[in-house]
Write a protein that binds this ligand. Structure first.
Ligand SMILES: Nc1ncnc2c1ncn2[C@@H]1O[C@H](COP(=O)(O)OP(=O)(O)O)[C@@H](O)[C@H]1O
Ligand SMILES: [Mg+2]
Length: 427
């Protein structure tokens, strides 16, 4: 499809922040929108509001209904139920060309036989924008996306990143205040993706565009979005700022989807003085009511301490060194956890250690439907014996002084068991 087949007359103003009067046209509202194909439901009664100038991410695994949602907003698919508003207008049954939006696809959708310049102005030409104005807008937009030197080339003579810039330029030149993007960076290599993320975000701010951006990549979502709408099986799991999704995931699914490596999720069992990690009966990590449910702790929140410190007894499985940090796999009872530690900690496979995390870093999710539970975890840094922390037999391998599985700075941290916020530890 030609993503810029809009034939509405457009303002002559240069691409810059639209005045407040036109900003209200940038509001997008979905009410109980569904899409069914025969028996199968791709999108199941979703609703959300996008404010003018907002950068909203539709995030979720493949097949959860992101593209279908975007295509219904664009008018490329008919909604089976619900209403879609853009600005003051109900656009549910309007054709794509009457919705005042531009679209950028993963596939770029460029015409191979046209030059870069002709690809960019294609939509203006079909809208019969005067030639002089076309040239003027082309010059401005080419500068904006850094394509001035490539205007005479054909798409085949461009790199992937440059082709994606052409697709962006074509959306920007239309001067539609709303731009819908469907996984626009997934054909690019990792380094270029990082660059383009910053470019797109900077352009969006500068032009004051309203953007709905589809991705399955949580890094794109967290780094670009003012707001992230996380979807699963055609429904919205959570709708919030990136920090809200990271700090207070609404479900176990959301907890596992945001963050890399994913949040540790372990099953809790009953013990005398509270709930313990399954198979590790000594250190209760939460009150009784948490038993049978799941505990979530992010790898970057886990501190590794010597075996004689307070905390949850664990054994090192292995460590993966990544440069700035390392991912250490740990066995706790019958569960496995991952910890992200700064630098290259000297941890030996098989070494015994203790784990701690901040009280606020413990999340709890229901065993049945994964919903977030309002339970507060125990304070793991509390010295043994002072309260619920149980004494237990020392781990084989002797005292921590000779077999400490962790670096000096971890050991220093352990001499200050309450010092959860000691600088340089784990974060
Ligand atoms: N044209 C279609 N006909 C039938 N089923 C479709 C069609 N397009 C998408 N689907 C189905 O709808 C669901 C959501 O698809 P999609 O919105 O493309 O997911 P996402 O973009 O999140 O990967 C999937 O199960 C997909 O197979
Ligand atoms: Mg898709």
């Amino acid at each position: 499809m030609n993503p810029d087949n809009n034939n509405q007359s457009q303002s002559d103003s240069p691409p810059s922040r639209p005045p407040d009067a036109t900003r209200k046209h940038q509001r997008i509202r979905l009410e109980a929108v569904s899409k069914r194909w025969g028996e199968s439901t791709a999108v199941d009664g979703i609703g959300f509001d996008v404010a003018p100038g907002e950068f909203v991410i539709l995030l979720g695994p493949s097949g959860c209904g992101k593209s279908t949602t975007l295509r219904m907003i664009a008018g490329l698919e008919r909604a089976s139920a619900g209403r879609i508003h853009i600005g003051e207008r109900d656009v549910t049954h309007l054709p794509p060309g009457d919705r005042g939006i531009s679209m950028v696809f993963q596939s770029y959708a460029l015409f191979p036989h046209l030059s870069v310049a002709d690809n960019i102005v294609f939509g203006l030409r079909s809208r019969k924008v005067p030639r002089a104005e076309q040239r003027e807008r082309l010059a401005r937009v080419a500068e904006l996306v850094d394509l001035e030197a490539y205007l005479e080339r054909k798409p085949a003579q461009l790199s992937g990143g440059q082709r994606q810039r052409v697709a962006l330029a074509r959306a920007i030149i239309s001067e539609h205040p709303i731009c819908l993007m469907d996984e626009p960076l997934s054909n690019l290599d990792a380094r270029l993706r990082g660059e383009m993320r910053r470019e797109i975000k900077a352009l969006q701010r500068r032009l004051g565009m309203t953007v709905i951006y589809v991705t399955h990549d949580q890094v794109e979502a967290m780094s670009m979005g003012d707001r992230v709408i996380l979807m699963q099986d055609g429904r919205i799991v959570q709708d919030g700022t990136p920090d809200e999704l990271y700090d207070r995931p609404a479900t176990a699914f959301a907890a596992g989807f945001i963050g890399s490596p994913a949040m540790n999720l372990v099953t809790l069992a009953a013990a005398a003085d509270g709930a313990v990690i399954e198979g590790e009966p000594h250190c209760s990590v939460a009150p009784h009511e948490a038993k049978g449910h799941r505990l979530g702790v992010r790898p970057e929140e886990i501190r590794l301490l010597p075996a004689d410190a307070a905390g949850v007894p664990a054994e090192v499985i292995d460590a993966e060194y990544l440069g700035a940090d390392s991912i250490v796999r740990l066995r706790v009872g019958s569960e496995q956890l991952r910890a992200r530690l700064d630098g290259k900690p000297s941890v030996a496979p098989g070494a015994a250690c203790r784990l701690q995390w901040r009280r606020e870093a413990a999340h709890f999710f229901a065993a049945d439907d994964g919903r977030r539970l309002a339970i507060a975890g125990h304070d793991l840094a509390a010295p043994p014996g002072r309260h619920r922390f149980e004494s237990h037999a020392p781990h084989p391998g002797g005292p921590a002084a000779t077999t400490s599985p962790v670096q000096d700075r971890e050991a220093r941290a352990s001499s200050n068991p309450a010092g959860n916020d000691s600088p340089g530890v784990n974060r």
